[in-house]
Write a protein that binds this ligand. Structure first.
Ligand code: 5GP
Ligand code: ZN
Length: 114
């Protein structure tokens, strides 16, 4: 999937401000932050949308939330509260088709989302 933007960041071919990496997960700052803290947490392997997750990926999704908790603490947003958002498909606003979980914090958020 060499044409995938986020695979390019995982592979180091495209610049990304990486804040966490292990064998299966990479997290980096969003290029257009919507909050004082806005990090994208992604699986290192290419998965296009949430609908493409397989049972074998269940552990991976758990790891993503472990990383979200770790980064929320490291970034100082765990006490006040934070949001984790995953958009699936065009109507939800997904623009990059390599699954990613937005970790957002550092301000108050409205509900329901726009
Ligand atoms: P989506 O709209 O698919 O849920 O979120 C895609 C996110 O990727 C957006 O928040 C957008 O700002 C971010 N993004 C798009 N291109 C790049 C890039 O080249 N680098 C980084 N770090 N983030 C990007
Ligand atoms: Zn990809």
């Amino acid at each position: 999937m060499s044409e995938c933007l986020f695979c390019g960041i995982v592979e180091g071919k495209i610049k990304g401000e990486i804040v966490y990496r292990d064998d299966s997960i990479v997290a980096f700052k969003d290029i257009h932050p919507r909050a004082p803290v806005h990090i994208l947490i992604i699986p290192a392997k290419h998965i296009s949308t949430l609908l493409d997750l397989q049972n074998e990926d269940n552990g991976l999704v758990g790891e993503i939330f472990s990383v979200a908790n770790r980064l929320a603490k490291e970034q100082g947003i765990s006490t006040d509260g934070f949001r984790v958002v995953a958009n699936c498909g065009a109507a939800a606003g997904q623009t990059v088709f390599h699954i990613h979980f937005h970790l957002l914090g550092g301000r108050n958020f409205s509900w329901p989302p726009g």
